[in-house]
Write a protein that binds this ligand. Structure first.
Ligand code: AR6
Length: 187
């Protein structure tokens, strides 16, 4: 499924493994310690190789932890991309502890990192919807709202953003959120 904005930018949804899809940058669902882990984080480090962790070691030595809502950039190693943006999603409690703002900020920070590097394409997993327990429908609404709102602006260098959803239920939730978002826009 895809949505083309009136400024020509494209938002796509794909079901699959984010490490297999080429993009200028791939977003990762990381943790505040930038220490690697399971889920999509494990898959990205496995496929990208040790160069990613050695760059994260340097970043950690410089800045310590990365707060929820933030992201840091590294090489993509062997992945079919130039950069990985390690975004730290919020751990879901009840949605009233800043989780929606932190989740939206993850996506926007990655888009800012892409803009700073003048990149054309960026792929995202469904941040926080695995181990961090964010309810899928709420997370989809926030993710689609943040990325679509960003792409709809004029003069962004990112011409294509792709949500790569591992599970069918995640794909369905994001597709429903994108339909709703598109239906609410008056172009
Ligand atoms: N490609 C795309 N999406 C994937 C892949 C893949 N290869 N593998 C899993 N997913 P999670 P979180 C989906 O748990 O909730 C890690 O240990 C998965 O189905 O990876 O943000 C980190 O180090 C789910 O929808 O990330 C942190 O400690 C989504 O990716 C913690 O987990 C996110 O699930 C972060 O938790």
């Amino acid at each position: 499924m895809e949505h083309r904005f009136s400024n020509g930018r494209l938002l796509r949804l794909v079901q699959g493994d984010i490490t297999r899809l080429a993009a200028d940058a791939i977003a990762n669902a990381a943790n505040a310690a930038l220490a690697g882990g399971g889920g999509v984080d494990g898959a990205i480090h496995r496929a990208g190789g040790p160069a990613i962790m050695s760059e994260l070691d340097e970043i950690r030595a410089r800045i310590g932890r990365c707060p929820a809502g933030g992201a840091v950039a590294t090489t993509a190693g062997r992945l079919p991309a130039r950069f990985v943006f390690h975004a730290v999603g919020p751990v879901y409690r009840d949605g009233r502890h800043g989780e929606p703002e932190a989740l939206a900020s993850c996506y926007r920070t990655c888009l800012d990192l892409a803009e700073e590097r003048k990149l054309g394409s960026l792929s995202f997993p469904a941040i926080s919807t695995g181990v961090y327990g964010y309810p899928l429908n709420e997370a989809a609404e926030i993710a689609v709202g943040a990325v679509a709102g960003y792409l709809a602006r004029e003069a962004v260098t990112v011409h294509e953003a792709v949500f790569v959803l591992f599970l069918e239920e995640a794909y369905e939730a994001f597709a429903a959120a994108l339909c709703r978002w598109a239906g609410e826009q008056v172009e």
